[in-house]
Design a protein around this ligand. Sequence first.
Ligand code: ARG
Ligand code: ZN
Length: 478
Amino acid sequence: MPARPFRRSALIASALVVTATLIGSGAAVAAPGSPGTPRYGPGADGVGDPYFPLAGNGGIDVVHYDLDLDYTPPLLPDPAPLEGALAGVATIDLVATADLDRFNLDLRGLTASSVVVNGKPMAFAQTENELVIAPRPKLKTGQSATVIVTYGGTTTVPLDIEGYPYGWVTTYDGAMVVSEPEGSATWFPVNDHPTDKSTYSFAITVPAPAVAVANGLLVGSETVDGKTTWWWDAPDPMAAYLATATVGNFRLETDAPAGETPIINAIDVTRTPNQYVNLARTRAMLAFFEARYGEYPFVAYGAIVDNDSVGYALETQTRSFFSGSASEGTIAHELAHQWMGNHVSPGRWADIWLNEGWATYSTWMWNEERSIRTVAAQFAIVMNRAATTPTWNTVLADPGPTGLFGAAVYDRGAALLHALRLEIGDEAFFDLAKTWVQEYGGGTATTADFAALSEEISGHDLEAFFTAWAYTPGKPAL
Ligand code: ARG
Ligand code: ZN
């Protein structure tokens, strides 16, 4: 790997700035601490995201999660119901952003048995989505703390707001772990909002021959008495929904040429070659998107191709997840998310089109590169949809919690980007794409940030453009 010390520290700095601005509104109930007299109060039970009021927490900024998990999948051959057993120890390094006599982590469906703060056992309580911790001594603004939560329970199949499985999804041969938008609380105590990015390390113990696949680089594995522990290290700041610890019967395939991004794929042993053959294009796609968005931002990449819950994909950071099979278009989509969504993440869930619009547009560009279909033709297909369809009926920058993954977010989002490109020209458009990643990489950004940067880079007045495309329903005139 090329050394990138400058970038790394620049990114962390920008993450802190953005986090501070956005979390401000949902921070602790107590007045912010002054250096003089601390005024202790409870951290809020959410960061203030209107779509998911209990997601994340006020008054804390998590720096690192070290997750030590022991998992026993359902017993074969025919488990009924589908249940696994998870036992975890989460060691969480955090910084108080308010004077705290109490703070929360998100935890759902699992039971904490002990909480230790800075080496001392602490009082705690649990409600449906919240683990409430009373640190003693109390925490002052800016103070670091190490919180160790021992927890566990029976895993099932949690459902998201639309009724789709997400979070720690128990499967016949392990678990499919895909947590967008706020499902991480189903498998570890977490500050579950993209505005708090953290680094991660994992030690995941599973019955041999199962393989546990997490984010980042594989540090090692060891089998003792029929159980294998898999250690992974993910040193790039990451939003909680992008963490994974997927368990199954995988074959690991590593491609790590000197000086290039290592690619570590995990292929379920039941997959036939045609279900993953398109992964061979990953390295060419990496080069294609690096030319448009700038250097790949993380230590590694790769895919998980699982055999469960056919048809789902998620851009889990550094290790995109595909169920069933990985199509060329979806491979391009999830890879592009590493810049657009993962490195630059939504400041509020309402801004999800910044993820999905860019990822969809990225596939349009890849399809053009491969002579599958031109960008213009793909744009025309969306523009030909009737004004009465959901693509045009929705406010793009506020699709609602059940509209997060609807047609507007993906297709109107991509169409907005192409319309913007037509409006400001190729040079400004690709300058904007790279500057966007550079400026907000490592942190989060909103639709307003994107509109402002578009104006700044192009020199065009784009107020009417963004009003029509992002802030009002209806089909914009071209
Ligand atoms: N971000 C994922 C992708 O575009 C989609 C996740 C879909 N989630 C859902 N709840 N429908 O690849
Ligand atoms: Zn996507």
